[in-house]
Write a protein that binds this ligand. Structure first.
Ligand SMILES: [Zn+2]
Length: 256
C-alpha cells in the first residue's frame, strides 16, 4: 500500500483535527474560526493604482495560513463551509461601506490557472463562492455567483517576483466572459478570492470588470497578508449597520 493511499485512509478513519492549530474534533476550532471574524480593509504594502476597495475577514497570519492552505492545496474541501462563511462576512463588510443599499450583488470568483486547476482537481475559489452566496442569501442579501472572468494569457509562476513584477506578469491575464452582457442593471460586482497579498490580482480583475459594471467594482477575500505583524497592525473596520447583513451572518464560528 503506498503512502498516499495510507494517508487517505488515515484521513477517513482518524478524528479530524483543526486545520489551523491541530486540536482534535474540529474542522476549524472556535479559536481559529474567530480569527476570521474581524472584517477590515485590506491594505497591500505597495497599494497598486486601481486597487478596488477590499475587505478581508481576517489576517493571513498565524493559524489562518495553514487553514487556508489545507483547503487550497491539501484537499480539505470540508473547510469550504467555515472559510466560505468568512468570505460572506467580508462581502457583507465591503457592501456596508456603500452609501446606498445595494441592488443585486454578484460575486465574481477569480479564476485559477489551468495548471493549478489540473493539479488540485477542483476550483477552490468557486467552492468558497458557492458557500458565501448561500450564507449571504440566508442573511437576505440578493447575492449570486457571476463567472465573468476567464484566464486569457499565460502568466508565469509569480513566486519570487516583486509586487511590480507580479503586476506586469498578471497584466492581460484576465478577460471578460460572455455572461457580462446578461448582468442585471446596477448589479454590484464583488471580486472574490481566498487571499490578497500584493493586490495585483484583484486590481487586474477589477480593471477588466470595470467596463461591464455600473457601480464601482468591490472585492472581498477570506484573509489579507498583514502589512505589519497583526499585534501592531491598525485595524480599519468598515462601519457595521446595526441589524445589517453582517450582523445576521452566522460567521465561521458556527460551522463546527
Ligand atoms: Zn484551531
Amino acid at each position: 500500500m503506498d503512502g498516499g493511499l495510507l494517508a487517505a485512509l488515515a484521513d477517513l478513519l482518524l478524528p479530524r483535527e483543526c486545520a489551523g492549530c491541530g486540536v482534535p474534533d474540529a474542522v476549524l476550532c472556535r479559536r481559529c474560526a474567530a480569527l476570521l471574524t474581524v472584517p477590515h480593509l485590506a491594505q497591500p504594502r505597495r497599494f497598486p493604482a486601481g486597487f478596488p476597495p477590499t475587505v478581508a475577514a481576517g489576517a493571513y497570519a498565524g493559524p489562518v495560513r495553514p487553514a487556508v492552505n489545507a483547503f487550497k492545496e491539501r484537499g480539505r474541501a470540508e473547510l469550504a463551509r467555515p472559510l466560505g462563511a468568512a468570505l460572506a462576512l467580508a462581502v457583507a463588510g465591503v457592501l456596508s461601506g456603500l452609501s446606498t443599499r445595494p441592488g443585486p450583488v454578484r460575486l465574481v470568483p477569480v479564476p485559477s490557472g489551468a495548471a493549478a486547476l489540473r493539479a488540485r482537481g477542483r476550483d477552490h475559489v468557486r467552492e468558497l463562492t458557492a458557500r458565501a452566496v448561500a450564507e449571504l442569501r440566508a442573511a437576505g442579501v440578493p447575492a449570486a455567483e457571476a463567472r465573468l472572468l476567464r484566464r486569457s494569457g499565460r502568466a508565469a509562476d509569480s513566486a519570487g517576483l516583486s509586487a511590480a513584477q507580479r503586476r506586469a506578469n498578471l497584466a492581460g491575464t484576465f478577460a471578460l466572459r460572455d455572461g457580462a452582457r446578461e448582468l442585471p442593471d446596477e448589479a454590484v460586482l464583488v471580486v472574490v478570492d481566498d487571499v490578497v497579498t500584493s493586490g495585483a490580482t484583484l486590481t487586474e480583475a477589477a480593471a477588466v470588470l470595470a467596463p461591464a459594471a455600473g457601480p464601482p467594482v468591490l472585492a472581498a477575500v477570506v484573509a489579507a497578508t498583514p502589512r505589519r505583524p497583526p499585534a501592531q497592525a491598525p485595524r480599519s473596520v468598515p462601519p457595521r449597520r446595526r441589524g445589517g447583513s453582517a450582523d445576521r451572518l452566522s460567521g465561521p464560528g458556527n460551522a463546527d
